[in-house]
Design a protein around this ligand. Structure first.
Ligand code: ADP
Ligand code: MG
Length: 321
């Protein structure tokens, strides 16, 4: 069966003539004012697919915009505008008031103007297109990783997937761990300031939305390099450390998705700058691996004994099995 990426490649990926960059990165790029590129991205949330029926509307409004701002952050763009396409089963004004509060709460935080959209009756679906700006020569792309670079990750992965495992009754979280993981799942904060700060420092970047290994696979593929991650160096939240199921922890860390952190590569001599900007922004940035040449397009994960963990995590694919 065709995967989500096969579908895009076969039916929608045409070479661009006017655009600076088309399908295949976190954002498309079009020419803006002198020396400036405009970054454009669309992300959709569908009920029963991306969120459960009955999900808090305020949180949904926040998340629908957050996932788009995360793609802008991944290319180093400053958020500017968004349009909102909304399909709703009914005109529930309580729901709409809450959704709008959540949406504009985040929009105001990042100075985003909602400039249009479309509203229709149908299954509950939220599709946002966001536009940002970035100096054309400082765009962070997926294809810039080079052999010898180091691989970095902001924050940590796995918390949102742990919350999902709890919602599916696969594990039982409680107290601070549950509150932390639910916040990470329902109201992720896009790494906008980090994306801007990485201009001129990162050689490539991506936001982690479909799982760390799968998303880094896009960098490996588009850059034509191999990425080698050190499992023991992957940062873990207290909630994840407290989880007794080692297999689940591993899966959450490497393939969980919905993290909205930034993964990026940088030259080893950028390390001091990266550590300084982590301190300035009050963020955790961790070096989790390196870029090699061995198997271009591949991401491998090395266990503490130095062995390849031979993982086959594919990440989230809407049409995969
Ligand atoms: P992300 O996870 O960063 O949002 P996706 O994995 O959703 O990116 O998409 C991969 C690439 O394919 C992106 O460049 C996206 O713009 C593009 N894309 C996805 N769906 C379509 C489509 N239906 N038509 C054209 N391009 C698409
Ligand atoms: Mg992305």
């Amino acid at each position: 069966m065709a995967s989500e990426f096969d579908i895009i490649r076969r039916y929608f990926n045409r070479p661009v003539k006017r655009a600076l960059l088309g399908v295949g990165d976190d954002c498309a790029l079009i020419e803006g004012n002198a020396g400036e590129a405009l970054a454009v991205t669309t992300d959709m949330l569908v009920e029963d697919r991306h969120f459960l029926r009955g999900t808090d509307a305020l949180k949904l409004g926040h998340k629908a915009l957050a996932v788009n701002l995360s793609d802008l952050a991944a290319v180093g763009a400053a958020p500017r505008y968004a349009t909102l396409a909304l399909s709703l089963p009914e005109a529930d004004e309580t729901w709409l008031a809450q959704f709008s509060r959540g949406l504009f709460g985040l929009a105001d935080t990042f100075g985003v103007e909602i400039i249009g959209g479309d509203t229709t009756r149908g299954p509950r679906t939220i599709s946002i297109t966001a536009i940002g700006a970035v100096p054309a020569d400082l765009v962070l792309r997926r294809d810039g990783a080079r052999v010898g670079d180091e691989v970095w990750l902001s924050g940590c992965t796995g918390d949102a997937a742990l919350a999902l495992a709890h919602q599916r009754l696969e594990i039982n979280l409680s107290g601070a761990a549950l509150a932390h993981c639910l916040t990470r799942l329902q109201t992720p904060v896009p790494c906008v300031a980090l994306g801007l700060a990485l201009r001129g420092i990162a050689t490539s970047a991506i936001d982690v939305s479909d799982g760390l290994v799968a998303d880094l696979g896009h960098i490996a593929e588009r850059s034509g390099v191999a990425l080698e991650l050190r499992y023991a160096d992957l940062p873990q939240s207290r909630a994840l450390k407290g989880c007794a199921d080692a297999r689940l922890v591993q899966q959450c860390l490497l393939a969980g998705g919905d993290d909205y952190e930034l993964a990026f590569t940088a030259r080893p001599d950028a390390r001091a700058k990266i550590e300084q900007l982590a301190a300035d922004l009050g963020l955790t940035l961790t070096c989790i691996g390196k870029v090699g040449a061995a198997e271009p397009g591949q991401v491998s994960v090395i266990d503490p004994a130095g062995n390849d963990m031979q993982l086959t995590y594919k990440g989230f694919d809407h049409f995969g099995s």
